[in-house]
Design a protein around this ligand. Sequence first.
Ligand code: CO8
Length: 374
Amino acid sequence: MIPSVVISGVGLWTPNYSISNEELVASYNAWAERFNTEHAQSIEKGELEAKPLSSAAFIEKASGIKSRYIYAKEGALDIERMRPLLDARGDDDVSHQAEMAIAAAKKALIAANKTAADIDMVIVSCAYTQRSYPAIAIEVQAALGIEGFGFDMLVACSAATFGLQRAVDAVKAGTSKGVLVINPELTSPQVNYMDRDSHFIFGDVATAVVIEPSATCQSAHSFEVVSTKCVTSYSNNIRSNFGYLARVTDEDPYAADKLFHQNGRKVFKEVCPMAAEHIEAHLHSEGIPVSDLKRWWLHQANINMNLLISKRLLGRDATLEEAPVVLDEFANTASAGSIIAFAKYHEDLSCGDIGVICSFGAGYSIGSLILRKR
Ligand code: CO8
């Protein structure tokens, strides 16, 4: 018989530093004004475009973001640098991303009332890994003393939900007794702090989730995974061309196209209906009316996207209780956003309540899990 599978624990690790919109805008504007002064002649001749100024009020209104956490604050606001400064670590030191992942994983294990001995599969799933091999997941597995195997997955904003689907399938198939799915989203090294359109969007964070058969679950707050659904549809509207080929193509590794860039308006227009249809179809396939959903743990990219998606399905704005928002404090944390919302807002639900975790983003990629509180 196929076992029923549960989320038995979730962990959230938050960096020590944060940057408010005001701090971010002051730094960008100082950099832009200096650029415009230094290049005044070229700008006047039309050879260069002047850098437009940013505004904290625009950022909050357009996105709902007020602040973001950052793994290393030094350098990010320095107009001589405009990118964070991280210490380079040796091969025998714990890597930055593993450090974040381990911190979140430990919290998830405690929440699930589990130890390393209960886990035999580690998936590190996120928008970027800091190296190709050895996998960050294997480094985390070793640090936590887990026997079994681990691997990394990259699915941009849907990395968490796609990783969770892999975990659920593995437990159902009997190839794993317990899985840690970890999302160490170290986004700040890929943010272009010299681009007004995107400098405000991302924050750093790590989340982790324990997946196991319901038969072994000892957690006070667990959710049966009713079903999962993932879909991708190719789009260039959210893209980063950073990659290992840069060394041999002789391209500038600092060029803007090597960092996160997007056509934000197109993304907004195309992804909202896709996400709404995806959630509706997923619920429909399980015979669950939208009105039965008690909680929507939605991807946290933009408050207006979330309002639009829930309005399309409910015919009205979702309340903050129905569709919690963490964007104001965390900004867009790539795949971790919906898991942060789940981590902060799940304990109040009652037995039998149904909720949906849904991610949407680059790829395009959309992933959802329908959950029932036990
Ligand atoms: N300050 C002041 N004005 C600004 C600023 C600013 N900071 N930025 C833009 N403006 C201006 C624009 O220049 C524009 O001016 P004009 O009308 O004169 O051309 C005006 O404001 C409106 O600009 P936009 O059309 O760009 O503004 P929007 O209202 O569309 O809002 C958003 C911009 C917030 C970006 C919005 O389009 C949005 O949220 N779109 C969806 C984005 C999204 O969901 N992206 C997903 C990306 S995340 C993902 O998939 C994961 C990738 C992997 C992780 C990457 C980690 C680094």
